[in-house]
Design a protein around this ligand. Structure first.
Ligand code: SAM
Length: 306
């Protein structure tokens, strides 16, 4: 009903701005899984398939460990595509995620394991170990790499996939809100013994164990925030996915990884400005993604040959 000048007018109400739908953690992780596979393939799948085929050709089943499974997407994908692999998925709290489907080969198990503690398997157990997006969750990441190297079999393959926590703009220095965000995040993580620079030093974390062949396969990919990239369907698709999860990803950092305190308040205050700036189609931000594929030395004599 419209009012007239002579009738009392209803109180003015604020224009309703639609709130962003809150995104569940499993939806966010599934979207990121798609994004990572778009960016890392075909090399990623090829290395895994070739490695497992070499093990299966010897006549035995392979053993695969997925560390910090999140929604379990990668774990299940691997078990589906490789019926001769026995896959173990571990997480500190995997039970909150329900595996979405029954697996045809019955070759996957999930366990609750805290990977900051000694692992419940003997040395030389797994043929393939996969770790993705754990930097923010794990203090002393190199210690995790060291611990996993022990349970990897000789000639086994270790895969580490991590994104940098900061964003760079193709057009020059990042805006103030992005700088404030990155610096506050770096300080907050340092206070928890978490090194924000680990993603770009994954190769050193592996080399420092002294247990791997020095010839790593290393991928470094700039993942756009938004579908602004032309000339590459993969980068366009990855950028579009990244834009849909960016706000939820920033929120996850603030809400679940930081204690109450001045850094948290600072990050909360910056979050919206930062998310808007990162997603703006004209600002052309990207986040670096790193993946390392390293093979464990098979004997002490290999070591001497280097
Ligand atoms: C960002 S998610 C990544 C999940 C998955 N790797 C992916 O890429 O989608 C990090 C996962 O690590 C798990 N996590 C955190 N600390 C852990 C710990 N100490 N031991 C085992 N898992 C841990 C969390 O519960 C969460 O599921």
């Amino acid at each position: 009903m419209t009012g007239t000048l002579t009738e009392p007018q209803p109180a003015a109400t604020a224009i309703a701005v639609p709130m962003a739908e809150p995104m569940s953690e499993s939806v966010r992780l599934n979207a990121l899984e798609d994004m990572h596979l778009v960016l890392l393939n075909p090399g990623h799948d090829h290395l895994i398939t070739a490695h497992l085929a070499r093990v299966h050709a010897t006549g035995r089943r392979s053993k695969v460990l997925d560390v910090g499974i999140g929604a379990g997407t990668w774990t299940i994908l691997l078990a589906r595509h490789h019926p001769f692999a026995d896959v173990v998925g571990i997480d500190i709290s995997w039970a909150e995620f329900q595996p979405p489907v029954k697996l045809p080969h019955g070759n996957v198990d999930f366990y609750t394991v805290d990977v900051t503690q000694p692992l419940p398997w003997p040395d030389n157990t797994f043929d393939l170990i996969h770790v993705k997006s754990m930097v923010m969750d794990i203090p002393h990441y190199p210690q995790l790499v060291q611990r996993l190297s022990g349970v990897l079999r000789p000639a086994g393959l270790l895969i580490l996939v991590e994104s940098e926590l900061s964003y760079v703009s193709a057009l020059g220095p990042p805006s103030d809100s992005v700088v404030v965000w990155s610096e506050a995040l770096r300080r907050a993580l340092a206070a928890k013994n978490t090194d924000a620079d680990i993603p770009r030093h994954l190769d050193s974390a592996i080399a420092d164990t002294g247990m791997f062949w020095p010839q790593f396969y290393f991928q470094e990919i700039g993942c756009p925030v938004g579908a602004y990239m032309t000339g590459s369907k993969a980068l366009q698709k990855a950028g579009a996915i990244q834009a849909t999860v960016i706000r939820a990803s920033l929120w996850r950092i603030v809400s679940s990884r930081l204690d109450d305190g001045p850094e948290r308040q600072k990050l909360e205050a910056t979050l919206d400005a930062c998310a808007n700036e990162l997603c703006s189609p004209t600002s052309r931000y990207l986040q670096r993604l790193f993946a390392v594929y390293a093979y464990k030395r098979s004997s002490w004599s290999d070591h001497l040959l280097q």
